[in-house]
Write a protein that binds this ligand. Structure first.
Ligand SMILES: [Zn+2]
Ligand SMILES: [Zn+2]
Length: 142
């Protein structure tokens, strides 16, 4: 190998090393940019999950933990302003009546705040105000 050939080989090796360095740097940059773009999307996904979880919690009966609906599980206000699904109110009324036989009114205990509330017997869904705010929220966020 002549001195000139050797110089050329060294130069080519240096150039290819420089190209490799450049490619590596660009790749790293690109990866970093990708990560940056991914981050807001991931945050958004986490936020969406949180919102969904919050919605689910807001829309479930505190007694049976099932979702409210506009049928038998309608969100019903008790006199204390706590909301329980109609099905659970009915069960609570039945249990209270079992212990207080022979009356057309029974005292139930709110499962949330433990307040004693007098309600008509037999259970009548009309006797409980529907939580319209909750129903609206349920329909709007469906
Ligand atoms: Zn319930
Ligand atoms: Zn209550």
């Amino acid at each position: 190998m002549s001195a000139r050939d050797l110089r050329n080989a060294v130069r080519r090796a240096r150039e290819s090393r420089a190209r490799l360095e450049e490619a590596r740097r660009r790749n790293k940059e690109l990866r970093e940019r990708c990560e940056e773009m991914k981050r807001p999307m991931e945050l958004q996904k986490i936020r969406m999950e949180e919102i969904k979880k919050e919605r689910k919690e807001l829309l479930e009966c505190p007694v049976c933990r099932e979702s409210f609906n506009t049928a038998e599980k309608v969100p019903s206000f008790l006199a204390c302003d706590d909301t329980v699904c109609g099905e659970c109110v009915k069960k609570i009324v039945e249990v209270a009546h079992g212990e207080q036989i022979g009356r057309n009114r029974v005292t139930i205990q709110c499962p949330e705040c433990r307040e004693g509330i007098e309600v008509p017997y037999p259970f009548n869904p009309q006797a409980y105000r529907r939580n319209e705010d909750l129903i609206t929220f349920m329909e709007e966020t469906q």
